[in-house]
Design a protein around this ligand. Structure first.
Ligand SMILES: Cc1cc2nc3c(=O)[nH]c(=O)nc-3n(C[C@H](O)[C@H](O)[C@H](O)COP(=O)(O)OP(=O)(O)OC[C@H]3O[C@@H](n4cnc5c(N)ncnc54)[C@H](O)[C@@H]3O)c2cc1C
Length: 460
């Protein structure tokens, strides 16, 4: 009789059971599965240049919820989630020694260097111990291997070109089935306790009743959010009109925090949009959710193409800009004390809730880089600390774009903060009769000036 096969499924930013190729593969290739999540101490240290806490309180709460939820889901299906505090490479090494009979370690590949360094170390440990490594790609809508470029170097530097080629020549893979029962763990393993805020050197955030993202982490909540936004309220059918809103939960999907931790699969969202279009309505709004998910894909592939250049001061274009690092100006920005109400309101929202609308993010990033002339990486690292939905490629890709050294084909684009404030945040009085309060999309007012200033000269 052949020896029983044990597979460690190392989970990172893929905290879900549905459409998860790691589980899908392990179910077919193992007799025992060990689902494992590690609270990596490196995630709770300082950010790279400016030493802000790397994981802020809102994201930590979301992560703790997501880990708890996955454990509960696995328990219902005959398994559980092993939780450890430690570097994944050390934890996996210890488990291999302890069990003496691990067949394979399976995980999803990530894009950025810190995560890839962990993968390299895991591979070295597995190689030493003659344990197979099985990796997958699972974070994007379109699979990396289905991109219509012979090499990632062929990825266009302009989003629209990327989108058109991908939409025309690739297809989204179908969602993988969710196992009804997950293969059991080998006997004798400690489940491990899920750490507390204090255990990770943090304090629990205080709830702000004004938050536009009052949601909790985990796959269960993510699937419920989709059901609410698509099927219960039909909010998705008006997404294109409401997506630039700033107040209320339903002006946009709010999928980003769950996507960042992998609690929901982008392919599942796509499948549900197609179902919604077939059963209810197909319009520009339903398409536009896919359009935005493609931005997320794009920045991941930009990360693959450019590697550590997404973190470089001179960006993808290797463009020299004399960024300032004036801490007085930076502190005013981060604390919402610039004197520009639209910027300040958004920065305070971020600090109090861990969320900021896309419109807000674009404006505060433009203000930091183009008006204050501050080092864009200060802004990016501040976002990395506070955003509940921080995703390394989306964050750095968008900051590079805003700073004019990334994938924006237009020269020196700068938001007109006053017009943006009037157009998108002009709610000092009560809403007019018949006007939708929470997800009201403003009209453009032609007498308020232009959205962007264009200049061929440097503006600072
Ligand atoms: C400076 C800056 C930093 C940002 N940092 C992040 C980040 O760390 N994590 C993150 O997920 N998004 C980031 N974004 C993108 C965007 O602001 C958020 O994805 C969006 O606001 C999340 O809200 P939502 O889920 O309701 O989005 P929706 O409008 O409902 O969009 C649906 C989904 O499409 C994707 N998406 C939409 N816009 C973008 C975009 N510009 N770039 C990439 N993906 C997009 C997201 O996955 C989002 O959940 C950043 C944008 C800017 C300008």
């Amino acid at each position: 009789m052949s020896a029983s096969r044990t597979v460690i499924c190392l989970l990172r930013n893929d905290l879900r059971l549905h459409d998860n190729e790691v589980f899908h593969w392990a179910q077919r290739n193992a007799d025992h599965i060990i689902p494992l999540y590690c609270f990596d101490p490196r995630h709770y240290q300082g950010t790279y240049h400016f030493n802000f806490p790397k994981t802020g309180p809102f994201r930590l709460r979301f992560l703790l919820d997501s880990v708890k939820d996955l454990r509960a889901t696995l328990r219902k299906r005959g398994s559980t989630l092993l939780v450890r505090q430690g570097k994944p490479e050390d934890v996996v090494s210890d488990l291999i020694q302890q069990l003496g009979s691990v067949t394979a370690v399976a995980f999803h590949e990530e894009v950025a260097s810190e995560e890839r360094n962990v993968e390299k170390k895991l591979k070295a440990i597995c190689c030493q111990n003659k344990v197979k490594v099985q990796t997958f790609w699972g974070s994007t809508l379109y699979h990396r291997d289905d991109l219509p470029f012979t090499h990632i170097g062929g990825l266009p530097d302009v989003y629209t070109q990327f989108r058109k080629v991908v939409e025309g020549q690739s297809r989204v893979r179908p969602v993988l089935s969710t196992p009804a029962q997950v293969k059991s763990l080998p006997v004798g393993l400690e489940e491990g306790t899920i750490p507390t805020f204090e255990g990770l050197g943090q304090t629990e955030p205080v709830e702000d009743c004004r938050s536009v993202f009052p949601c909790r982490g985990g796959e269960t909540e993510a699937l419920a959010r989709l059901k609410h936004y698509f099927w219960d309220t039909n909010a998705v059918a008006a997404y294109k009109e409401t997506r630039n809103g700033m107040i209320g939960v339903d002006y946009s999907t709010k999928f980003s925090p769950w996507l960042a931790l992998g609690c929901i699969s982008p392919r599942y969202i796509y499948e549900q949009i197609k179902k919604y279009e077939a059963e209810r309505t197909a319009n520009q709004s339903t398409y536009w959710v896919i359009f935005e998910l493609l931005w997320r894909d794009y920045f991941k592939f930009v990360g693959l193409k450019y590697g550590n250049r997404i973190f470089h001061m001179n960006g993808l274009q290797d463009k020299h800009v004399s960024w300032k690092t004036d801490m007085t100006l930076f502190n005013a920005w981060k604390e919402g004390r610039t004197g520009v109400p639209f910027v300040d309101a958004n920065m305070r929202e971020l600090a109090l809730t861990g969320f900021m609308s896309n419109r807000g993010r674009q404006n505060v990033a433009s203000f930091l880089t183009k008006d204050l002339g501050l080092d864009w990486r200060q802004g990016a690292e501040w976002f990395e600390y506070l955003l509940v939905d921080h995703d390394v490629c989306s964050n750095y890709g968008n900051w590079l774009y805003s700073a004019g050294i990334g994938n924006d084909p237009r020269e020196n684009r700068k938001f007109n903060m006053i017009k943006q404030g009037l157009d998108y945040d002009n709610n000092s009085g009560p809403p007019a009769k018949g006007r939708k309060g929470s997800s009201y999309t403003p009209r453009q007012h032609k007498d308020r000036g232009i959205d962007f200033y264009f200049s061929n000269k440097k503006s600072f």
